[in-house]
Design a protein around this ligand. Structure first.
Ligand code: PMP
Length: 401
């Protein structure tokens, strides 16, 4: 099946889009859901007893149940809608971090975490006089379990890691990280950043035993502006609200308020109903295609691209060997800045990400200022790879390499 046909952007633009890790393109059936929602259902959920408002509430509830099933959460109220991964992590930082992390407590982060999973913890650490410890990488780019074991202690309050590294696509040993944490310190929580992994493998939060799991819809075929924060019910129940205002309260008097039950407690203000509806549709789309098929396509494209890149001696790739990977290749053209490479590739309609990828600690660790990243999805094909190679040969020519 040619999945590219399902994505209208490719009818309108001649793009060799290799930047799915930044944001995915959107299939027509997901885009159609936005129109359907506004043409048939629009009302403010939870704000009235009229039919349209109640239908909007029902759509949110159904979408929540679909996400619950998708990640195998025990309760639908453990699924909180946010606007993206960043907001989900901030919710946890403000609500769990500021409330429960105290002086001399320790927060363990992966050096390859995205800034979204570093900066909120620096904020918490500074406010609460807690310490941040980083876990570095093995030779093949994975979270170093031995280094982790040496840093995990009775003082650890939180371990926050990405399931897949956004720069390199390396899959992290999440289950092992959680197991080790549980065995060493019953009070430490684990936050899994699934922003890059959700499109690549099934996340069973009960099987992982993750305390928190966060992701963005836009990286799995939905429009921007919808994300998820999963948390275990018993944790969410003891955490204070994050956004205060309408719809997250039980009773409000002039001086005091009491707060709604889950999930509303964490969903202050008018919600992104169309986002939730599109997330449900995107999940159905992924389930119909199947993770097996998605991986088959991505793996085949990544393997072919790597074979072709290997023949270019002026190109250096990072962590592409002997490690489990999603469809991401991080690379540099030797002695050329990644922005210059991306600029020339763009003249061939090849879209790759360049820069530090919101992962400056990783860049420092690798001793490089920046790199390019090509990421593949179900709508890519061999022509995209050939154009990438053609563009890179042009870079060689322009820079006289
Ligand atoms: N974590 C990871 C691993 C990511 O790749 C990204 C997006 N690049 C984020 C967090 C932040 O996602 P968002 O910008 O959608 O909040």
């Amino acid at each position: 099946m040619d999945y590219r046909k399902e994505f209208p952007i490719f009818k309108n633009r001649d793009s060799h889009y290799l930047d799915t890790a930044a944001t995915s393109q959107k299939p027509k059936r997901v885009l159609d859901k936005i129109m359907e929602y506004y043409e048939k259902y629009n009302g403010n959920p939870g704000r009235g007893s009229h039919t349209l408002s109640m239908e909007a509430s029902n759509l949110m509830a159904n979408a929540r149940k679909t996400v619950q099933k998708f990640i195998n959460a025990k309760y639908d109220k453990e699924v909180i809608f946010t606007k993206n991964t960043t907001e989900s992590i901030n919710l946890i930082a403000y609500s769990y971090g500021i409330e429960f992390i105290n002086e001399n407590d320790e927060i363990i982060l992966g050096v390859s975490n995205h800034h979204a999973n570093i900066v909120p913890w620096q904020f918490v650490a500074e406010k609460k006089n807690a310490k941040i410890k980083f876990v570095y990488l093995t030779e093949n780019g994975q979270f170093d379990i031995e280094d982790f074991k040496s840093k995990l202690s009775d003082k650890t309050k939180l371990v926050a890691v990405s399931a897949v590294v956004n720069v390199t696509g390396v899959i992290q040993p999440i289950k092992e990280i959680i197991e080790i944490t549980r065995n060493r310190n019953k009070n430490a929580l684990v936050l899994v950043d699934a922003a890059q992994s959700m499109l690549h493998f099934r996340h069973d939060v009960q099987d992982f035993d993750a305390d928190f799991l966060v992701f963005s819809g836009h990286k799995l075929f939905t429009p921007m502006g919808i994300g998820v924060m999963y948390g275990k019910k018993e944790l969410l129940e003891k955490m204070p609200p994050f956004l205060y205002g309408g719809d997250m309260i039980e009773f409000v008097t002039e001086q005091k308020s009491t707060f709604a039950q889950l999930p509303n407690k964490f969903e202050g203000g008018t919600q992104n109903v169309e986002g939730a509806v599109t997330l449900e549709e995107a999940i159905n789309f992924i389930e119909e295609i199947s993770y097996e098929k998605i991986n088959e396509i991505e793996n085949s494209l990544t393997k072919n691209a790597l074979e072709k890149l290997k023949k270019l001696d002026f190109v250096e790739t990072y962590f592409t060997k002997d490690v489990e990977h999603t469809g991401i290749i991080a690379f540099n053209v030797k002695n050329v800045h990644s922005h210059d490479v991306a600029f020339i590739l763009d003249s061939y309609d090849v879209a790759v990400r360049s820069g530090h990828h919101c992962a400056q600690p990783l860049m420092n660790y690798l001793g490089i200022p920046s790199c390019c990243r090509a990421s593949f999805s179900i709508y890519n094909n061999e022509e995209d790879i050939d154009k990438l190679i053609e563009g890179l040969l042009k870079v060689k020519e322009v820079f006289g390499l």
